[in-house]
Design a protein around this ligand. Structure first.
Ligand code: NAG
Ligand code: NAG
Ligand code: NAG
Ligand code: NAG
Ligand code: NAG
Ligand code: NAG
Length: 435
């Protein structure tokens, strides 16, 4: 090391100048030592060492010091509003920054990772996708903490309502919470569509309720055979989840991808439209409008549910599929090894789907009743930058290119940081944001 020090070799003869140079060297050596000591102490005594010097931002914008508002209106309108009393913080606009170790768990520490999401186990050597952290532009997102989360949800019941991405989200939460307490696996059905875990020391119940469309729906039968299409009844809610609502304290709605195929939409038993069909007398309503309507209808149903508790409902916005070089069937893949900074080709389309969901969400938020609360987990934009976070071919079956679900651990874990933030700040500690 010292050989490379610029002045060292030129003064080894001990000239009068040499003494000063040696002092200078000594000074730098001591300085380096002090700096090393400082950072070592920082690393040893900090729960998340890197957060201290990478993430610390201007204190006035620190989340835990200010009554933050998560307001989708700000999300839709990039211009930030803020005043002295309430700083509006849009958690969902920001960037991914590299960190030395971005994961709170590994495939070793969490035995509950399904093989199909276990990218560390089946993937290539390149595990860079875990070494990124989401950083909102205007405030700090505190890291996930299992003990804190469990203490917030003590005695409560939380369900992820939706499809395999809802389940993906629940599995991520399970891995994160397993750091605080090992859950008991108390219930699963034959298809593993309904699942219940229980955290006995915290009396916390975590569940998955399966539903493809939130609405009542069935595989479309044509000429006596099942097809890949669905008949979806926009005027009927899927009882499989709706009937189980009254026990919940928290509901997280997480749907979208089952709408991305040819589907027929019904009202009063009659076809009123479709998604991706090509028939002269059936209007093609499109994916975005229908996904928006699904979320809006579900939130309205929850709001009107008389037997329900004053529950907190979160709706997750559309989770992007990030195929490149083709689609699911024709050689498409998601083989990037780092976040993308440029806009995806289908950015506008995906944001369009998300915007319809946000619009429906805002409608219902204006007229909540009985203490029910609604929030948005507006992850579309953040996840669009993470084509590297899908399993791709890094799963137990390499012939299967999965650019829809997310690796565990992986960028999907940030949804739980956002969730924890919302629970923490909406559960009394910061107060009622509507006033
Ligand atoms: C934060 O930044 C603002 C404006 O840049 C400044 O006025 C304020 O004093 C800063 N606060 C702290 C605690 O540094
Ligand atoms: C990253 O951090 C997690 C949690 O602290 C730890 O379990 C894991 O071993 C770390 N991974 C690496 C590669 O250091
Ligand atoms: C975890 O992943 C590594 C590869 O990164 C693999 O060798 C190991 O078998 C995996 N362990 C478990 C328990 O999945
Ligand atoms: C169903 O049967 C009708 C009459 O036999 C035929 O015209 C139509 O093409 C069939 N549809 C499909 C999807 O096979
Ligand atoms: C819908 O599915 C197609 C075919 O798999 C895929 O290419 C496309 O990205 C999907 N769209 C969305 C919005 O997920
Ligand atoms: C991803 O696949 C494309 C097309 O096969 C290839 O051109 C590109 O180099 C690959 N990228 C990486 C990072 O492997």
């Amino acid at each position: 090391m010292l050989e490379n020090f610029p002045y060292y070799n030129t003064n080894k003869n001990g000239t009068s100048n040499g003494l000063q140079i040696r002092k200078l060297v000594l000074f730098y050596v001591l300085l380096a030592f002090a700096a090393t000591l400082f950072f070592t102490v920082l690393i040893l005594y900090s729960p998340n060492p890197f957060s201290n010097f990478i993430f610390k931002k201007n204190a006035t914008t620190l989340s835990h010091q200010s009554p933050l508002k998560i307001d989708p209106a700000t999300t839709m309108n990039p211009k930030k509003e803020s005043n002295d009393e309430k700083i509006k913080c849009d958690l969902f606009e920001g960037k991914w920054i590299p960190v030395p170790n971005g994961s709170l768990y590994t495939n070793w520490s969490c035995p509950l990772i399904p093989n199909s999401r276990n990218c560390l186990k089946f993937g290539s050597e390149n595990a860079d996708f875990i070494n990124w952290r989401w950083m909102p532009n205007d405030c700090e997102l505190p890291g996930f903490n299992a003990k804190t989360f469990l203490s917030i949800v003590r005695g409560k019941k939380l369900a992820f309502i939706g499809d395999s991405l809802a389940r993906n989200q629940m599995d991520s939460l399970l891995c994160l919470l397993s750091q605080g307490e090992t859950p008991e696996d108390v219930y699963t059905d034959d298809l593993d569509h309904y699942r219940t875990f229980y955290f006995p020391s915290h009396d916390f119940t975590l569940m998955a309720y399966w539903t493809q469309h939130l609405f009542s729906s069935a595989v479309k039968i044509v000429n006596g055979s099942e097809t890949a299409m669905f008949d979806i009844h926009l005027d009927r809610i899927d009882d499989n989840w709706a009937q189980k609502l009254p026990i919940l304290d928290y509901a997280i709605i997480s749907i979208g991808h089952w709408f991305n195929r040819t589907n027929y939409l019904y009202e009063g038993g009659k076809v009123v439209g479709c998604i991706y069909c090509d028939e002269p007398d059936v209007p093609n309503v499109g994916l975005a409008v229908t996904v928006g309507k699904a979320v809006g209808t579900a939130l309205e149903y929850i709001n009107d549910c008389k037997e329900c508790k004053a529950l907190l409902t979160l709706a997750r916005t559309f989770s992007p599929t990030l195929f490149e070089y083709g689609s699911w069937n024709d050689g498409g893949k998601c083989n990037r090894t780092s976040p993308s900074t440029e806009k995806q080709a289908d950015y506008d389309f995906l944001m369009g789907v998300r915007n319809f969901q946000v619009k429906e969400f805002e409608k219902i938020k204006k007229r909540t009743t009985d203490g029910k609360r609604f929030e948005m987990l507006d992850i579309t934009r953040a996840m669009m930058m993470r084509p590297d976070g899908h399993p791709g071919t890094n799963s137990h079956d390499p012939s299967y290119r999965d650019c829809i679900h997310w690796c565990l651990p992986g960028p999907v874990d940030v949804w739980k940081e956002l969730l924890m933030f919302v629970l923490q700040n909406r559960d009394g500690s910061i107060g009622d944001r509507d006033h």
